[in-house]
Write a protein that binds this ligand. Sequence first.
Ligand SMILES: Cc1cc2nc3c(=O)[nH]c(=O)nc-3n(C[C@H](O)[C@H](O)[C@H](O)COP(=O)(O)OP(=O)(O)OC[C@H]3O[C@@H](n4cnc5c(N)ncnc54)[C@H](O)[C@@H]3O)c2cc1C
Ligand code: FES
Length: 276
Amino acid sequence: MTMYLPQMAKIVKIIRENPQIKTFVLEFRDKEYNKSFSYEPGQFMMVSVPHCGEAPISFSSSSTRPGTIELSVRLAGKLTGAMHRLQPGAMVGLRGPYGIPFNMKELADQNLLFVAGGIGLAPLRGVINYCLDKGGYGRITLLYGSRSPDDIAFKTDIDLWRKNGVDCRLSVDTATEGWDGQVGVVTTLLSGLEIERPRSSLVCGPPIMIRFLLPELSRMGFRDREIITTMERHMKCGIGVCGHCHLDNRLVCVDGPVFDLAQLKELAVEELGELT
Ligand SMILES: Cc1cc2nc3c(=O)[nH]c(=O)nc-3n(C[C@H](O)[C@H](O)[C@H](O)COP(=O)(O)OP(=O)(O)OC[C@H]3O[C@@H](n4cnc5c(N)ncnc54)[C@H](O)[C@@H]3O)c2cc1C
Ligand code: FES
């Protein structure tokens, strides 16, 4: 069936973001397909390397910069390991775009608080660049937590965002020599922070971060619909057929990966504990 058939794409460049994350800049082999390809912030692609499997990876680029797409991949296992061994010029299979994106129309004119942990900044990088390129969004604040200063990814982007008026605040779990910034989990960056209405918070990171962050945002007065996050599940088909990615009675590949807190409260999501 054609919906399972990947389009081949060439790796035109590889950017090492930190010891575990590489950004792959890709171009579809079919020039016409490459030209007409479009996607929205928060969506993902199913990425494959022959004989090494397939995995969902979010766009870390923005469709406002056409011609290539970017996928930032953290070394985790079989497929991501195979990708990390590839060199520019190699081909990968891509199918998509899949998933419900962030509702960028609804977010227009709002002050946006982005909170990311580790590879969670990859999808939010695409959203931030989309907002900056399109315009029409309020003040942008980014809180980004990493394990150590060496693990901070997307440093070039962070420098550029700062020059473009984004308030970027970084924290590390463990400091090393020379680090004079915040030390502690990313939630420590919330202290004293004020984001004026209309506002929303877009959150992306490991489940443990999301679990502690959602109640903190609620305590700051963010309403459930103003707290938007992404959920991860192992996926096979990516198109709502195999049932592999179920999240209670929903499927992350077609009902997500973007969910707001109001939606999550209606589901039993084990890793988030009891959401009140
Ligand atoms: C919508 C979405 C977007 C994502 N976006 C990104 C992104 O932008 N960048 C990125 O780096 N990652 C992203 N991920 C995560 C990424 O898909 C996984 O890290 C990837 O699937 C790992 O594939 P792998 O073959 O390399 O690892 P695997 O070989 O599958 O192993 C990865 C880990 O998962 C464990 N595992 C394997 N199968 C199962 C199973 N069935 N149940 C429980 N544990 C299992 C393994 O033991 C291992 O620890 C995203 C995931 C989703 C759902
Ligand atoms: S991955 Fe098959 S239903 Fe979601």
